[in-house]
Design a protein. Sequence first.
Length: 555
Amino acid sequence: MKIPKLFRRCSVLTSRTGLISSIRVGLLSNAGSERVLCTHSEDSELKDLMEYMNSLKNYEKSGVPVGAGTDSDDGFDLGRMRRLMELLGNPHSKFKAVHIAGTKGKGSTAAFLSNILRAEGYSVGCYTSPHIQTIRERISLGRFGEPVSAKALSSLFQESKKTLDRAIAVENGYISHFEVLTALAFTLFAKENVDIAVIEAGLGGARDATNVIPSSGLATSVITTIGEEHLAALGGSLESIAMAKSGIMKHGRPVVLGGPFLPHIECILRDKALLMSSPVVLASDTRNRINITGLSLLDGRPFQSCDMVIQVESDLKLSIELLDLKLYMLGIHQLQNAATATCAALCLRNLGWRISDGSIRTGLQQTHLLGRSQFLTSKEAQALGLSGATILLDGAHTKESAKALMDTINMAFPQARLTLVVAMASDKDHLGFAREFLSGGNLDGVLCTEAGIAGGKSRTTAASVLRNCWIQASKELGLDVVHDGMKEYQDSSIDQLVSLSKLETRPLLAAVPSFQDSMKIANQIHRGRTRDQFGIAVITGSLHIVSLTLATLHG
């Protein structure tokens, strides 16, 4: 089908129905997609490093111990990380840094801020986790934000290996995968003499390995949101989570609070800032005006037009007005992340860093991330066996991020029928996640599948267990569904269940352990829609199923 030129260019969409049809045509035009990074097979140069890293304790693979992020006997040992950094020559003391903690939004905020600084011409080091396709994604360098090359990372590892071996011996083998990678990232940033580093905390803040950053090196700290993820590891309450994340604040250094926060949680953060004599900037202050004004297309890619007016007159006086800002990171939550990053940039400007309004606009508009509101092209959809379908990848894995994703979908595609392909880690709130989608969307089907986590299966939720959570959530909400656990349908094939759900207009809930099989069933549901029904296949539940999807396409 030849796509009219009209839909390949930016068009302001004035009706919700027009938005659906125009974005649909734009996505099917195969014009513009997220840049896909190198696959694991292309990182053969990192074989020695990966073998070394795989020999270390990896909490992403095994799960975080109870109390790991608290000030207790079970907490991570930050002293161990300091001793490791000392053996490496304390590279973390040789550059300025912005340190970002929070339950959600850390990676997006780090990406926005890094791109703002790059747009101004600074050489930026950025350290985030987890990765989607290759471990190199966690460390980006320079003025263009490219992942560290396999050659540079391998060379650094070989140079550092004897020191790492010595540190591991001194610590009786207790140094972890995350600690070693953090140490390598900081060493690389010092070696490359970056102007500034943007550092995302891994777990919590106070006890996290990244929290070796000294007060003298910290330009500003950022706390994006406070939610219940990793509840047990961070003390068992929202209050204890807030205290753990506030541990990244340093004496006299400004802190940006993203939010919005519950009032008593904001009080905890402000009290800690007062104790540390840290000026506070609240990005979600009601006096700031941040709103989405419309959705449009540019070169086949949807973006949201936004207005951002920030007027801070509390501890610091900061201001900026950005009208008609075009964000490819969709949703009000991403606009909030952009505002948080902007406040961090304004704090840096207040400290004497050269950052223009134009660089802030450019950096925000150039930001996109794999697996965050990422639409696949028609060619990629065809490769997955869903020819002609609109496919959305999003690594949402908490009830808060599920709600944000549903809000984004309902804003852009209010009449769309959804087929979800979901895989989740075992330590997530499966019920809360399911409730958000079941209560907020027009679901045709939910296909619960499985994806490995950090190269292992120990934290993967079995498809049948996940399906049972969705069944329970549907009962709690009083929703009638068809599922493959029903006694009357146990002898039915998936084909028959798909047909049955269509006839009775009830969503299908099914356990499909094979990702490839889930794609086939999603295609059956897609093919069964009438021509006037617009449908979206949403692949979600973790960044690991995003990784599996992209590996299937490009591996």
